[in-house]
Design a protein around this ligand. Structure first.
Ligand code: NAD
Ligand code: IMJ
Length: 261
């Protein structure tokens, strides 16, 4: 409750992608509240309404609104709900692909599965930016979450890796379009974290152990670390950074060959 040292005091952030308390978006929401931001949460449809309303109350969220990003009418309704509000930060923490596309060979990806992953996991950044950037009347910061599978082949990540590659390209093109309005657009590439989107993924525990063994920091990524980088990018401290992807992964992505011990 310090006064001047809160990095996001006076700012309003909308955070899309809280499903439960393990969500990366939840860790970002916690960090944003700690730094004095007013936060608005959105949830994906009625299935998640009760949970997110509960978590939002605990966090002291100013508003909790419905928005499935694949439904243009819901994005429009969200914008209407927000009429007259100034927004400073948008956090996009959303991805989805069909489960079968995250286990079979990538070669077997169907057209529908490919398009679904692209629609939810990359195009939604474009539609969300277009809908909400007009509310960012004093400039702002748009953040999205990505993963190393965009630039390297990671077993089973498959169609999501292709969607994240597109997402990271969207970050660059959106940064170019919105820069003149002093709206920055960046990605945070997080190391593997055990969230709902990681549960049930084959050998995920082995991925976590393998990363911790190889990463320079010799451990996995704490979602709170992603939250703190999101604070930096959302704050005045991040004012010179746009169109970028920042790795919050205990350093894993710099390693080539693992040093023998
Ligand atoms: P999560 O399952 O908690 O979050 C995914 C969110 O996407 C959920 O809240 C879900 O409701 C939302 N979502 C899916 N489809 C949607 C739609 N049509 N409309 C609105 N919301 C929708 O898992 P998470 O790990 O916190 O994932 C958040 C982001 O972080 C994703 O982009 C993911 O790719 C990325 N990421 C995760 C990891 C990891 O290891 N967990 C690592 C790097 C990046
Ligand atoms: C997901 C699949 C395969 C390998 C994976 C992951 N690795 C990591 C993830 C190594 C770290 C988690 N991740 C980065 C994601 O972006 C996950 C996205 C995701 C997960 C699911 C699981 C449940 C489902 N659909 C999904 N769609 C996207 O049905």
């Amino acid at each position: 409750m310090e006064l001047m040292s809160q990095l996001l005091a006076g700012k309003t952030a909308i955070i899309l992608g809280v499903a439960n308390k393990w969500s990366i978006a939840y860790a970002i929401a916690e960090a944003y509240r700690r730094e004095g931001a007013r936060i608005i949460l959105t949830y994906q449809g009625d299935r998640l309404k009760a949970t997110v309303e509960e978590l939002g109350k605990e966090l002291g969220a100013a508003r909790i609104l419905n928005c499935d990003v694949t439904k243009p009418e819901e994005l429009e309704a969200l914008v209407s709900e927000m009429a007259g509000e100034r927004l400073d930060v948008v956090v996009h923490s959303i991805a989805f692909a069909n489960r079968e596309d995250l286990s079979r060979p990538f070669l077997e990806t169907s057209r529908d599965g490919y398009l679904l992953a692209q629609e939810v996991s990359s195009y939604s950044l474009v539609s969300v930016a277009r809908a909400l950037s007009p509310l960012m009347t004093e400039g702002g910061s748009i953040l999205t979450l990505t993963y190393l599978g965009s630039v390297r082949v990671i077993p089973n990540y498959n169609v999501m890796g292709v969607a994240k590659a597109a997402l990271e390209a969207c970050v660059r093109y959106l940064a170019s379009d919105l820069g003149a309005k002093n709206i920055r657009v960046n990605g945070i590439s997080a190391g593997p974290i055990k969230t709902a989107s990681a549960r049930g993924i084959k050998d995920f525990s082995k991925v976590l152990d393998g990363v911790a063994a190889v990463a320079p920091l010799k451990r996995n990524t704490d979602p709170a670390e992603v939250g703190d980088t999101a604070v930096f990018l959302g704050s005045h401290l991040g004012r010179g950074v746009t169109g970028n992807v920042i790795y919050v992964d205990a350093g894993f992505q710099v390693m080539g060959l693992q040093a023998p011990d």
